[in-house]
Design a protein around this ligand. Structure first.
Ligand SMILES: Cc1ncc(COP(=O)(O)O)c(C=O)c1O
Length: 386
């Protein structure tokens, strides 16, 4: 690409950190051992995997042995949900989740409903938050799992994890957190929040794609999804992706050094740059969700009144800016967002006139300013045509 293309779609994926690329390249070139082999090359690979596991465990206050490498957030979510349901079906068949989860949570839930489980989808308000009273009322003795995301991938709402953990710890249920959008943007402590299972993806934190982990609290029972060899402490078979895991370890150690409060302030400043430009130019818009209260500022979801999502994305793309029309996983074909539907209803014009801007660690004020200008111009052009 000749012209500088500005990337503001970090909730979909992030650019790899050059330090991660360097580490992966070095591992690929120099260490090709299988981490299960007994010889020196194998032992070296094992050491690399264990070192990364240690760095990663620190990020969420877990023990090293509680971290299982997987192919990413989707696999971790599937494993946590289907694995819990299968291992605990004799205790009960009720599961509680929310309406605004990622498809890698919602689709396993649908599968379980087909298999005779009862799944309750908690409502959300217009800011993308649940009502803890609904959770308390639904949490019966036969509930085996409560599964919620840490941070919503479309509107950035942060779920009250501490409060949920405090409620769920006194019940029969396990507490699973899809932390794919929270890892890297907010701090999470699995011990104090009473989290039993937690899913993370490396590519959302400047690490490699098709890699992630599942935190499984020591002592809990979850059936394995994949059957095979005895890798990952007999919980996830398959030869480990040693270079990728080494890179993930580097990404995690960068996260361990990051001040998340300062990062959130930086993202809140980016939000202000864009909103000020829209306000100053009297663009007709509303925020989907909120930028105040328990939210991660890494996403900014805007209803651009009268501007169709598809034309907005195309015109911004041509102008050299990458943003999205909701979650990338449903993009390609622009399905109306199930998140905005849950928040505003199926008839809301927001479903066809919204875009999601999402910031990352490497974005700069200048990039965001230049995007804000392009966004204003695009909205004015479309408004003039009407
Ligand atoms: C909240 C959430 N959960 C899960 C996933 C899936 O992660 P992965 O792409 O690693 O499978 C995503 C990716 O967009 C996500 O945003």
């Amino acid at each position: 690409m000749n012209k500088k293309y500005i990337y503001l779609d970090n909730a979909a994926t992030t650019p790899m950190d050059p330090a991660v690329v360097a580490r992966i390249s070095d591992e690929m070139a120099n260490d090709f051992g299988n981490a299960s082999s007994q010889h020196a090359l194998g032992r070296k690979a094992r050491q690399v995997v264990d070192q990364a596991r240690h760095e990663i465990a620190k990020t969420i206050n877990a023990q090293d042995k509680e971290i299982i490498f997987t192919s990413g957030g989707s696999e971790s979510n599937n494993n946590a949900i289907l694995g819990t349901a299968r291992a605990r079906k004799n205790i009960g068949k009720k599961i509680i989740t929310t309406q605004i989860e990622h498809p890698s949570v919602l689709n396993p839930m649908k599968r379980l409903e087909d298999e005779g489980y009862q799944v309750v989808y908690l409502d959300v308000d217009e800011t993308g938050h649940i009502d803890l009273n609904q959770l308390k009322n639904e949490l019966t003795d036969d509930t085996i799992l409560v599964s919620t995301m840490a941070v919503n991938n479309e509107v950035g709402s942060i779920m009250p994890l501490q409060e949920i953990g405090d409620i769920v710890k006194d019940s029969n249920a396990y507490f699973h957190v899809d932390d794919v959008q929270g890892f890297g943007t907010i701090d999470i402590d699995v011990a104090s929040m009473h989290i039993d299972l937690l899913s993370v993806s490396a590519h959302k934190v400047n690490g490699p794609k098709f890699l992630g982990f599942l935190f499984e609290r020591d002592g809990i029972k979850v059936s394995d999804l994949l059957l095979g060899g005895e890798q990952e402490l007999k919980r996830r078979p398959g030869t480990e992706n040693v270079p990728g895991i080494a890179g993930f370890g580097v990404a995690a150690s960068e996260l361990n050094k990051l001040d998340k409060t300062a990062l959130q302030e930086k993202y809140a400043h980016f939000q202000k740059i864009i909103l000020n430009a829209l306000d100053q130019n009297k663009i007709d818009y509303e925020i989907n969700g909120s930028i105040k209260g328990p939210v991660s500022h890494h996403t900014l979801n805007l209803w651009l009144k009268g501007v169709g999502t598809y034309s907005a994305l195309t015109s911004l793309d041509l102008a050299g800016f990458a943003v999205s029309g909701g979650s990338a996983c449903t993009a390609g074909s622009l399905h109306p967002s199930h998140v905005l539907t849950a928040m505003y209803g199926a008839d809301s014009p927001r479903l066809s006139e919204s875009i999601r801007i999402s910031f990352g660690r490497f974005n700069t004020d200048q990039e965001v300013e230049s995007f804000a200008l392009a966004l204003v111009k695009m909205c004015q052009r479309i408004a003039n045509k009407r």
